[in-house]
Design a protein around this ligand. Structure first.
Ligand SMILES: [Ca+2]
Ligand SMILES: [Ca+2]
Ligand SMILES: [Ca+2]
Length: 291
C-alpha cells in the first residue's frame, strides 16, 4: 500500500503559512489562472470516465444544463506547493502538493448512486444539492436538510491508495512559462474527497467528510480543504529526459471536465511558477505565467 489513507489526509501540517498562502491565492488575482476563461458548460453531468480537459461548447455542442437551485459548492484549487523533483527510481518526476478547496455556499457532497453508467468496475455518483431551508444564504446541516441530486461522474477504486476516489477531480499540466501548451499533463486526477483542514483555522462548520469506502458519501465542507500531499502515489508529473532547464508554469485545475455544479465555474484554475535547473526547483521572482 504505497499511498495509504494516512497520506491522503496529510493536511495536518497545513500551518499558518499555508493558510496565508491559501487566502492570498483565493482573494488575489495574481495566482489565479488568468487563462481560466471557459464560461461555457457542456451538459456533462452524466458523462462517464474518459473525458479530459476543461471542455467547452462549440457548434453542435449540447445546450447548457438548467441551473440547479440550492446551496452549491464552489471548487477551487490552490497553487501547487512544495514542488520538488523526485529522482528515485527511473527518470525524474515533478512532485507537488495539490489542495482542493470549497469556498461555495453549500457542501460538495457526492453520493454513490447508480444513476448512470460508468466504466466496468466503477460506480456512478450523484451530487447532492441542499436547499436553503431558512433562506439565509448559508448551509446549516441542522436546518437545511432537503436536497436534490444530479449526476456527477464516476468513482473508482485506487489500488495504490487502497480506497475509492472520485474520478476527474483535478487536472495538472506543466507548460513553459511563456506558453500554454503542456509539455506534460495529467488530465484526470482522482481524489478521495474529504475534509483535510479548515481553510481558515478556527472558523466555519465542523469537519464532516472523512471516509472513502465504496459505499460512503464523499465531499468537502464549506471552508475546508482536501490536501493531496506531494508524496502520494500519482501526485507527480513525469519529466522527459530531454526537458530543458528553464522557467515553467505548473497549472492545476479543479473539476476539469465540469462534472460538478458550482456557484462559480470560472475560477477553477491556479498557476505556480517553477524554475527547473537539473534536479533542482526554485521560484523565479521576475517571471510570470503566460495567460
Ligand atoms: Ca469554481
Ligand atoms: Ca440556510
Ligand atoms: Ca464545475
Amino acid at each position: 500500500m504505497s499511498g495509504p489513507r494516512v497520506g491522503c489526509s496529510a493536511g495536518r501540517r497545513w500551518g499558518l503559512l499555508g493558510v496565508m498562502a491559501a487566502l492570498l491565492a483565493l482573494v488575489g488575482a495574481a495566482a489565479v489562472d488568468v487563462a481560466d476563461k471557459s464560461t461555457s458548460r457542456s451538459a456533462k453531468g452524466s458523462q462517464p470516465s474518459g473525458a479530459a480537459g476543461a471542455g467547452g461548447s462549440g457548434a453542435g455542442a449540447p445546450a447548457d444544463p438548467p441551473p440547479v437551485p440550492g446551496l452549491l459548492p464552489n471548487m477551487r484549487i490552490l497553487p501547487a506547493d512544495k514542488v520538488v523533483i523526485d529522482t528515485a527510481g527511473k527518470g525524474r518526476r515533478l512532485r507537488f502538493d495539490a489542495t482542493l478547496v470549497n469556498v461555495g455556499a453549500g457542501p460538495l457532497e457526492l453520493i454513490p448512486q447508480d444513476l448512470a453508467r460508468c466504466p466496468r468496475g466503477q460506480r456512478h455518483v450523484a451530487q447532492a444539492v441542499y436547499q436553503d431551508g431558512d433562506d439565509d444564504g448559508r448551509f446549516d446541516r441542522k436546518v437545511d436538510r432537503e436536497r436534490s441530486t444530479v449526476a456527477a461522474g464516476c468513482m473508482l477504486f485506487h489500488p495504490d491508495h487502497d480506497h475509492w476516489h472520485i474520478d476527474g477531480s483535478a487536472a495538472y499540466a506543466l507548460t513553459r512559462a511563456d506558453d500554454t501548451v503542456p509539455v506534460v499533463a495529467q488530465n484526470k486526477v482522482s481524489f478521495c474527497l474529504r475534509d483535510s483542514d479548515r481553510l481558515v483555522k478556527g472558523s466555519g462548520p465542523p469537519k464532516h467528510y472523512g471516509e472513502c469506502a465504496r459505499n460512503r458519501v464523499q465531499g468537502i465542507t464549506v471552508g475546508w480543504t482536501d490536501l493531496y500531499d506531494a508524496s502520494l502515489a500519482g501526485q507527480a508529473l513525469e519529466l522527459a529526459p530531454t526537458l530543458p532547464d528553464g522557467d515553467y508554469c505548473l497549472r492545476l485545475r479543479a473539476d476539469p471536465a465540469d462534472l460538478l455544479r458550482e456557484t462559480n465555474e470560472d475560477d477553477n484554475g491556479s498557476t505556480a511558477l517553477v524554475r527547473i535547473s537539473g534536479n533542482r526547483v526554485s521560484t523565479p521572482a521576475t517571471v510570470r505565467c503566460s495567460a
